[in-house]
Design a protein around this ligand. Structure first.
Ligand code: ATP
Ligand code: MG
Length: 356
C-alpha cells in the first residue's frame, strides 16, 4: 500500500443525498484500492435534519473542521419546510465564500445508454464543460429598496465584477480548455443590454485570450447562447460565464445531456490552498427520497471528478469507465433512465465493473 492517503469530509445532507453518497464512497474506496491509495472519510451530519434538531445547518466551527480535509464530498442539502435561504446561507454559501470556491464546474457529456432530450434532433455529439464564476457578479448583497410601500417603490441590485475575480475564472476556463482535445473557450455575456459590467468582462476576456494563445475562442450573448445549447450543443467545449449566466447554463447544460440523475459538479478553489467541494447537480429529491430508487451515477461521477482533482486521474478514469459500462446495461440502470434497478443494485453493478 502506498502512503497516498486523502482525508475527505463527507456530507450526505438530506433526502437522496444520504442514499447516493454511500454508493459514491464505496465506489471511490474500490478504485482507491485498485490504484494504491486510501481515503479516510470524515462523516458530517450537516443538513436540514440537523437544523431542525439544533437550529444550525453546521456547527459554529464547521468551516475550520473542513479546512483540515483534502476535499469535501457533499450529497444534497434542502428539505421541504426548511426555507431555501437557511440551507443556502447556513451551509452552501459560507462554504463557497470561506473556502473561496470560485469555480463551479459542470461537465456535460452525453453517455451511451442515456437519451438526450435533443437526441431526436440528431445532435448527439455533446461533450462540453460549463464553468461558472461562483462568488461575485450578480449575486451580491449590495442594493436594497427605495420608497418602500409608495407608488415610487423600487428595488436596486448591484453587480460586482472585480478584475481579480473575472481574470481568475477566465484563466481557469482557458487552462481547462488546454487539457481538452478541442481547446476552445466560449464566453457568455450580454454587453448590448448590460452596459458596464458585461463589457468589462468582454475586455478581460480579450486580455485572457492574449495570455492563452493557442486556445480557440467564441463569444455569445446569453440569449442566443442558450438557444445554441439546444440547437448546436456540438459547438461547445468550455463555456464560461458570470455567476448568474453560469448558473443558468449549468442547469441547462446537464439537461441537454439527459438525466439530472447522472450530472456531476465541482466547486473548486483551483489554487488548492483550501479544500474544494464536489456535489451532484441534483437536489435532495424529496419525491423519491427514502425509496431507495435514486440514481447514484451523479454521485459516482462526482467522486471521479474529486479523485481527478486530488491528483488521481487514473483512478478517476477507472471510476468513469465503470459508470459508463453500467449505463449501457439496461438491467443496471435506475428508473429515471428507463431501467428497473434500485440504488443498491446500480451501486453493486458499478463495484462489479470496477473489479473488472
Ligand atoms: P434543489 O433545489 O435542491 O436543487 P430541485 O428542486 O432542483 O432541488 P431535485 O431534488 O434535483 O430538485 O429533483 C428534481 C427532480 O429530479 C425530482 O423529480 C427528482 O426525483 C429527480 N431526481 C433528482 N435526482 C435524482 C436522482 N439521483 N435519481 C433519480 N431522480 C432524480
Ligand atoms: Mg435544483
Amino acid at each position: 500500500m502506498s502512503n497516498r492517503r486523502y482525508v475527505i469530509a463527507s456530507i450526505p445532507g438530506d433526502g437522496i443525498g444520504k442514499e447516493v453518497i454511500p454508493v459514491g464512497q464505496e465506489a471511490a474506496d474500490a478504485v482507491a484500492d485498485r490504484h494504491g491509495f486510501s481515503i479516510e472519510w470524515r462523516p458530517l451530519d450537516w443538513s436540514c435534519e440537523r437544523y431542525d434538531r439544533t437550529g444550525r445547518m453546521m456547527p459554529e466551527d464547521g468551516i475550520d473542521q473542513v479546512k483540515e480535509c483534502d476535499s469535501i464530498y457533499l450529497g444534497a442539502v434542502g428539505w421541504p419546510g426548511v426555507p431555501d435561504h437557511v440551507s443556502l446561507w447556513g451551509l452552501l454559501i459560507p462554504l463557497r465564500r470561506d473556502l473561496d470556491l470560485y469555480a463551479n464546474v459542470r461537465p456535460v457529456r452525453l453517455l451511451e445508454g442515456v437519451t438526450s432530450p435533443l437526441a431526436g434532433r440528431g445532435k448527439a455529439d455533446i461533450d462540453f464543460v460549463v464553468v461558472r464564476e461562483n462568488v461575485e457578479g450578480e449575486y451580491s448583497e449590495i442594493g436594497g429598496r427605495l420608497y418602500r410601500g409608495t407608488e415610487h417603490e423600487a428595488a436596486v441590485q448591484e453587480t460586482v465584477f472585480t478584475r481579480r475575480g473575472v481574470d481568475r475564472i477566465l484563466d481557469y476556463a482557458f487552462e481547462l480548455a488546454k487539457t481538452r482535445p478541442r481547446k476552445h473557450v466560449t464566453s457568455a455575456t450580454k454587453s448590448n443590454g448590460i452596459v458596464h459590467t458585461m463589457p468589462f468582462w468582454d475586455e478581460r476576456f480579450e486580455a485572457a485570450k492574449q495570455r492563452h494563445p493557442g486556445v480557440g475562442t467564441a463569444q455569445f450573448h446569453i440569449d442566443i447562447l442558450t438557444a445554441n445549447f439546444v440547437l448546436h450543443p456540438d459547438w461547445f467545449d468550455v463555456v464560461v460565464g458570470s455567476n448568474l449566466f453560469g448558473d443558468i447554463l449549468s442547469d441547462l447544460g446537464p439537461a441537454c445531456a439527459g438525466s439530472i440523475g447522472i450530472a456531476p459538479s465541482a466547486n473548486l478553489n483551483p489554487s488548492r490552498a483550501l479544500p474544494s467541494m464536489f456535489e451532484p447537480v441534483h437536489g435532495s429529491a424529496p419525491d423519491i427520497a427514502g425509496k431507495g430508487v435514486a440514481n447514484p451515477i451523479a454521485a459516482v461521477w462526482t467522486a471521479a471528478m474529486m479523485l481527478d482533482f486530488l491528483g488521481e486521474p487514473e483512478a478517476a478514469k477507472t471510476l468513469e469507465k465503470a459508470m459508463e459500462a453500467v449505463l449501457t446495461d439496461p438491467a443496471a440502470r435506475t428508473r429515471d433512465l428507463g431501467g428497473t434497478a434500485d440504488t443498491k443494485a446500480c451501486g453493486q453493478a458499478i463495484l462489479k465493473a470496477i473489479a473488472g
